[in-house]
Design a protein around this ligand. Structure first.
Ligand SMILES: Nc1nc2c(ncn2[C@@H]2O[C@H](COP(=O)(O)OP(=O)(O)OP(=O)(O)O)[C@@H](O)[C@H]2O)c(=O)[nH]1
Ligand SMILES: [Mg+2]
Length: 303
């Protein structure tokens, strides 16, 4: 996982370890570092920012002799990532759910994202996690578009022990979502998660459909589910969804399959939205809170 970024950091760390660098050499290494980040799908503006951060740190270091080895140097280089990562807070989410529950209202989360990105799997993963924290969930099968979508959701949800509200294919996704919210209200279920459709292209109809669901249901939170494998495209798509629909948090799925790692680094900086979780496998428990620490551990290879 994230080998590309690890290699980019290692090559700078290697150069630093051996001896002191001249101003000119620092510049060269920083340029090289930026190019390696970009070739691993880090967005250009983010690579620029990280390059500046690294140059700054290298200048500070040059005044004292660089001590030991590998570990310390890698730690330092990985530390530059801190400046661009925004982590979401699970505690904050749980607190907001509790607040709504105390008013007798369900907390409603709308999931949006491109097709095949991992929405349905992530909806069920999050429902399972919230149920484990004591919050019963109800899922709206608002993907009434793709053949097999409803059955897929039902199968995953029953595996996780979560109930689903569905209608027939072709039904209005906003109506399904509203139905689910009313059922949750009537049955005192504290959380509603709305699974929605994707399209092969992020097209106007899809964005309009998401806006309509949002308008009708008035969710407490909109979560964009991105596909780490899509690299820079995932970052661009997140930006588009945010522009059209408005997004509060990001969950980045398939981080386990991402050999480069650029989108995990860029997406929160470019969109200004925190990453709440990352998907680390196809299993229903493979959802981890996203922290700077997790990212560093993944990159430094300490799991
Ligand atoms: N390795 C890995 N695979 C994942 C992860 N999350 C989802 N997947 C897989 O990605 C594929 C697509 O996931 P879905 O949840 O169906 O994606 P979707 O966004 O709902 O797709 P549409 O409904 O077609 O728009 C499935 O095979 C999932 O098992 C993850 O974190 N890691
Ligand atoms: Mg789906």
């Amino acid at each position: 996982m994230l080998d590309g970024i690890r290699r980019a950091l290692e090559s700078v760390a290697e150069a630093l370890k051996t001896r002191r660098l001249s101003e000119e050499e620092v510049r060269e290494h920083v340029e090289e570092f930026k190019l390696m980040l970009i070739s691993n799908d880090v967005a250009v503006e983010v690579a620029e920012r990280l390059g500046e951060e690294l140059a700054e740190r290298l200048r500070l270091i040059r005044v004292r002799r660089f001590g030991d080895g590998e570990g310390e140097v890698m730690e330092l280089v990985a530390g530059v990532l801190d400046s661009v990562i925004r982590e979401g807070s699970l505690d904050d989410l749980l607190r907001r759910i509790r607040e709504k529950a105390s008013m007798g209202e369900p907390f409603v989360i709308l999931f949006v994202g491109p097709n095949g990105g991992g929405k349905t799997t992530t909806v069920v993963k999050l429902a399972r996690l919230l149920q484990r924290h004591g919050f019963k969930c109800l899922i709206a099968a608002s993907d009434t578009f793709r053949a097999g979508a409803i059955e897929q959701l039902q199968r995953l949800a029953s595996e996780a022990g979560v109930r689903v509200v569905c209608q027939r294919y072709g039904a209005d996704p906003a109506a399904v979502a509203m139905d689910t919210v009313m059922s949750a209200r009537a049955n005192r279920i504290p959380v509603v998660l709305i699974d929605t459709a994707g399209r092969t292209e992020v097209d106007h109809n899809l964005l309009e459909e998401m806006r309509k669901i949002k308008r009708v249901v008035g969710p407490d939170l909109v979560i964009y589910v991105g596909d780490a494998l899509a690299g820079n495209a995932a970052v661009e798509q997140a930006r588009r969804f945010d522009e059209y629909v408005g997004v509060d948090y990001i969950i980045l799925a398939k981080l386990d399959a991402d050999a480069r790692g650029g989108s995990a680094i860029s997406i929160s900086y470019v969109t200004g939205k925190p990453v709440l979780f990352v998907g680390t496998g196809q299993g229903l428990d493979d959802l981890e809170p996203f922290t700077k620490d997790l990212l560093k551990r993944l990159i430094l290879g300490r799991r």
